[in-house]
Design a protein around this ligand. Structure first.
Ligand code: FJE
Ligand code: FE
Length: 296
C-alpha cells in the first residue's frame, strides 16, 4: 500500500468517555452528545454501552435521525411498535432509520453484561420524516478484509477492497479495524467529511507517527486531510472504529430522542408523540413484551 493518504488528518481533540448512567440502570460511556461535544455534524451521539438484566432501555421514541447499534459482547433484544423484533448478538449490526417515528425497547437478551456501540446519525431535512426502516447484518455477513497485519470489518462504506451493503441516507463510513503489533494503516477518508476514531482495545498512534499512544474509551476528532494514518507500536492487538460522515450543515434542534431543524418542528413532534399522530399512531396501545412484566 503506497501513499494512499497524501495529507493525513491529525488529531485535533481527544475526549475520554467516562461511565455515566443512562436508560434504566444502564451505563454508557458517552463521547459525542455530551456537554463539551454536543454535535459533530452529522453525528449526534456516540455511546459505548454496558447493560445487564434487568437494566436496559425500555420503551422510548425516536424521530429525525438513525441509530446504529454494533454489538461487542452479548445480545440485545429489540422490539418496536410495528411488531419488528429480534436480537442483535455478538458482532451483529442494526442500522435503524427512525425517520418520522419509532417507539421501541432495547433490552439485554442474555446473562452477563451486554456491550456495544450506539451511534446516532442525523438525517437531513429532506429525510427526517421518511418511513422508518431497518438494515440488519449478522456478524458473519459483515464484509471483512485483511492485509499486512490489518483486519477490517466494513460496517458502512468500503476499505481494503471490501464494501458494505448498508445504504446510508446521510453518507457515512464506519470501519472496525484490528491492527496486529507493528501494523501501519493508511485509510482514505473523503476530504470534506468529518471523521473520528474511537479506541476499543490496546494502544494506538493516530495521525502523526510521533504522537502519544491513545488507549481504550478515547474519542479522537480528526482534522482536515484525505485520510487516516495509524500505527500499532505495541506487542498487543489494537482495535478501534473509524467513523466518517458528510456534514449536513443544517440547524439542529434536539429534545432528547427527537432531532429536528427548528423549535417549531420539535413542538410539533412532542404534540405528535403525545397525540399519537404523524407516524406515532401505533404508540397508542403499544407496550413492549420485554417490559410487560417489569415495573418501569
Ligand atoms: C436513552 C433517549 C434514548 N444510549 N445506547 C433517551 F434513545 C436513550 C437510549 C440510548 C441507548 C440505547 C442503547 Cl441500546 C445503547 C444508548 C442511549 O435508548 F437512554 C435516553 N435517556
Ligand atoms: Fe432507542
Amino acid at each position: 500500500m503506497e501513499n494512499v493518504v497524501k495529507e493525513p488528518r491529525i488529531v485535533t481533540r481527544k475526549f475520554l468517555a467516562r461511565p455515566q448512567h443512562e436508560g434504566v440502570g444502564a451505563i454508557v460511556r458517552r463521547s459525542i452528545g455530551r456537554f463539551e461535544l454536543k454535535y459533530f455534524d452529522p453525528f449526534l451521539l456516540m455511546d459505548e454501552f454496558s447493560v445487564s438484566a434487568p437494566a436496559g432501555f425500555p420503551d422510548h421514541p425516536h424521530r429525525g435521525f438513525e441509530t446504529v447499534t454494533y454489538m461487542l459482547q452479548g445480545c440485545l433484544a429489540h422490539e418496536d411498535f410495528e411488531g419488528h423484533k429480534g436480537t442483535i448478538g455478538d458482532g451483529d449490526l442494526q442500522w435503524m432509520t427512525a425517520g418520522r417515528g419509532i417507539v421501541h425497547s432495547e433490552m439485554p437478551a442474555s446473562q452477563g453484561t451486554q456491550k456495544g456501540l450506539q451511534l446516532w446519525i442525523n438525517l437531513s431535512s429532506k429525510h427526517k420524516m421518511i418511513d422508518p426502516s431497518y438494515q440488519e447484518i449478522a456478524s458473519k455477513d459483515i464484509p471483512e478484509a485483511a492485509k499486512e497485519g490489518i483486519k477490517v470489518k466494513v460496517i458502512a462504506g468500503e476499505a481494503l477492497g471490501a464494501k458494505s451493503p448498508i445504504y446510508t441516507n446521510t453518507p457515512t463510513m464506519y470501519l472496525d479495524f484490528t491492527l496486529k503489533p507493528g501494523a501501519h494503516l493508511e485509510q482514505p477518508i473523503p476530504i470534506s467529511w468529518n471523521a473520528f476514531v474511537y479506541v476499543l482495545e490496546g494502544k494506538g498512534i493516530f495521525g502523526n507517527s510521533k504522537s502519544l499512544p491513545v488507549t481504550a474509551h478515547n474519542l479522537l476528532l480528526l482534522g482536515l486531510g484525505d485520510g487516516l494514518e495509524a500505527w500499532n507500536k505495541t506487542s498487543k492487538p489494537l482495535r478501534f472504529v473509524l467513523v466518517g460522515g458528510e456534514p449536513l450543515g443544517e440547524p439542529v434542534v434536539q429534545f432528547g430522542p427527537f432531532v429536528m431543524n427548528t423549535q417549531e418542528e420539535i413542538d410539533q413532534t412532542i404534540e405528535d408523540y403525545e397525540n399519537c399522530t404523524n407516524g406515532f399512531e401505533k404508540a397508542r396501545h403499544w407496550r413492549s413484551e420485554a417490559t410487560l412484566g417489569l415495573d418501569y
